[in-house]
Design a binder for this molecule. Structure first.
Ligand SMILES: *Cc1c(COP(=O)(O)O)cnc(C)c1O
Length: 387
């Protein structure tokens, strides 16, 4: 594999083509001129790798694609205007009416909606399984199964799937295996190395890392990328614009610095939380209490800045007061940026027309950003005093 430093700082950047500028230009153009008929014909013979039209390919976007493929160790990569678009393209590109998808049960909410609501309308069936045991996955496979969809770890309770075993099972049954690898980022887990066919990311999270772009990533073999490009990307057209691509290239420069900082701060806070009398339980793949810690440590090189905590308190009023007393953690969806965040389950209670969540109201998902960890701890400690 290419060195990380080379990928993030130089790969794909052909500076002599743009005045030797250090930073790649934003080629803000929808279409590209053909000087003669030979170039015209060559462009249409390979729209994915030529410069024809920006829905298909764009020079700034292409630099980003090369870096992402190298980061995941795949032959090629596509980028989309959201993680959800990348996920939908990967699944839709590998099924047709009458086919069946096996998906681990804790998938990201809109991935689950893609199977339950969207693809069900087009005659594609699915089964959700507890993917912590490979035997559940094996038992769910039918003669019409085409796709095995994984998300390991997920971003709420972090259940993992055994990637090597899943890839082998998929090969045995002729299934396309795919994984949402957003939690780990390419820094801490490379599923293609275990034989997984398609690696997906919400690049909105760690890859861009500054909470200012929504972007999706799909890494796979040249053949798979070409297939999804010609079909899903070009027909549905959820392309990433060049300006957003340039922002993601900039975000990638600091990927290792940001992810390591987020991870180290998370571990520091967990170490303090686990001894606090108001903490009932902690969810984190590398925590000593995590049931699949051994598997997580086998297939991940590190563990990021997301964890969940169940607090110990006797009333919803105290829990709400705790949430409102947190000043340095912002209450918001998403994660992977510079800012530390919380999603409190209690926020999903008492929403008209919404079922009561399965997780208890004492459960909070934390994301630790780039702030000073001691400064974050001060805030947590003062807020926990009301529990
Ligand atoms: C945010 C997220 C997505 C969706 O990505 P978007 O970029 O918001 O479309 C998918 N999977 C996971 C794990 C996520 O956190």
């Amino acid at each position: 594999m290419e060195s990380l430093s080379h990928i993030l700082n130089h790969l794909g950047e052909e500076r002599e083509q743009y005045f030797n500028a250090v930073s790649p230009p934003v080629i803000q153009s929808s279409n590209f001129v053909f000087p003669d008929l030979d170039t015209f014909r060559a462009s249409f013979a390979d729209e994915l790798h030529s410069h024809t039209y920006t829905r298909g390919n764009n020079p700034t976007v292409e630099i980003l694609r090369k870096k992402l493929a190298a980061l995941e160790g795949t032959e090629d990569a596509l980028v989309f205007s959201s993680g959800a678009a990348a996920i939908a393209a990967a699944v839709i590109g590998n099924v047709q009416a009458g086919d069946h998808v096996v998906c681990q049960e804790m998938a990201y909410s809109w991935t689950s909606a893609l199977l339950r609501k969207f693809l069900a309308r087009f005659g594609v069936e699915h089964t959700f399984v507890d993917g912590t045991d490979i035997e559940n996955i094996r038992a769910a496979i039918r003669p019409n199964t085409r796709v095995l969809y994984l998300e390991s770890p997920n971003t709420m309770t972090f259940e993992c799937q055994d990637l090597a075993a899943c890839a082998a099972l998929a090969k045995e049954h002729g299934l396309v295996s795919m994984i949402d690898n957003s939690y780990s980022s390419p820094l801490y887990q490379n599923p293609a190395a275990f034989g997984i066919d398609i690696v997906l990311h919400s690049g909105t999270k760690y890859l861009n890392g500054h909470s200012d772009v929504v972007v999706g990533v799909l890494c796979a073999s040249r053949e798979m990328v070409q297939k999804i490009f010609t079909s899903e990307l070009m027909t549905i057209g959820a392309a990433l614009g060049p300006h957003d691509a340039a922002l993601v290239i900039r975000g990638l420069r600091t990927l290792p610095l940001r992810v390591q900082r987020s991870s180290e701060s998370a571990q520091m806070l967990i170490a303090r939380l686990e001894n606090h009398p108001k903490v009932e339980r902690i969810w984190y793949p590398f925590h000593h209490s995590f049931p699949q810690r051994e598997l997580a440590q086998r297939q991940m090189r590190g563990c990021g800045g997301l964890f969940s905590v169940q607090f110990r308190t006797d009333s919803m009023e105290k829990m709400e007061a705790f949430i409102h007393r947190l000043r340095r953690f912002l209450m918001a969806v998403s994660w992977g940026g510079h800012e530390s965040l919380i999603i409190p389950t209690i926020g999903f209670y008492n929403i008209p027309g919404r079922p009561v969540p399965e997780a208890p109201w004492t459960f909070v998902r934390f994301y630790i950003g780039l702030e000073d960890a001691d400064w974050l701890w001060e805030d947590l400690e003062q807020a926990m005093a009301v529990l």
